[in-house]
Write a protein that binds this ligand. Sequence first.
Ligand code: DX5
Ligand code: ZN
Length: 213
Amino acid sequence: MVKIAPSLLSADFGNLEEEIRRLEAAGADLLHLDVMDGVFVPNLTFGAPVIKELRPRSQLVFDAHLMVTNPEKMLSAIAAAGADIITVHAEAVTHLDKALDEIRSLGCRAGVSLNPATPESVLEYVLDKLDLVLVMSVNPGFGGQSFIDSQLEKIARIKEMISGYDIELEVDGGINPETAAECIKAGADILVAGTAVFSTDDYAANIKALRQN
Ligand code: DX5
Ligand code: ZN
C-alpha cells in the first residue's frame, strides 16, 4: 500500500507538538519536513533546531526535504537532529555523488529530489547510492499549488530506472485523491501531502482518502 507523508508545512506552526501527535494517530507513515532557506526557494521555514525538538515527540520516520543551497553544509546537523531520510535537490548540490555518500555515512537514508524541469538522467550514475527519489510535482517553495501533469511521465520513467534497486519513489506537491491515484498508477511508493491532509480536522479521513484508489 502507498505510504503517506504529511507535510508539516501545512500544520499549525504554533502547535507543532499537538499536530504531529494527531498525524501519528491518524495513520501517517512518515513526517515530511520541508527545510527551506529563502534562497533556493523563496520561502523560509525551519531547520535542525526545530527537528531536534520534534524528534523525541514522535515515532514517525522523519523525512527531511532540504530545499536549500549548498545542503552539504547542514547534513551533519540535520542527521544529528534525528532525521531518518535526508533528501537534497540535484539542482542545489555541486557534488551529488559525494553528498549522497555523506548522508549514508551519517546513518541516514539518502534521497535526491528533482524539480519539475530537471530530467531523470541526473540519477543515472548515482543509483547505487540512493534510497529514495523525490519527484517534485510542483515548483518547490509553497504548499497549495496545482499538480504539474508532465511529472507523471517522469515518475513512470524513474520507476523503470530503479527497478532492481532498493529505492523508494516519492512524489511531492499538489497531491489530492485524484492526483494520488495517478501517481500510484505511475509507480509512486510514497505521497507527500500538505493541503490535502490538513484541509479538514479529520486527518485520518484525509489520509485514508489518499490511499483509497
Ligand atoms: C513544497 C513542499 C511540499 C508541500 C506540499 O515546496 O516541498 O512538501 O508542503 O504541499 P501541498 O500538498 O499543499 O502541495
Ligand atoms: Zn517537500
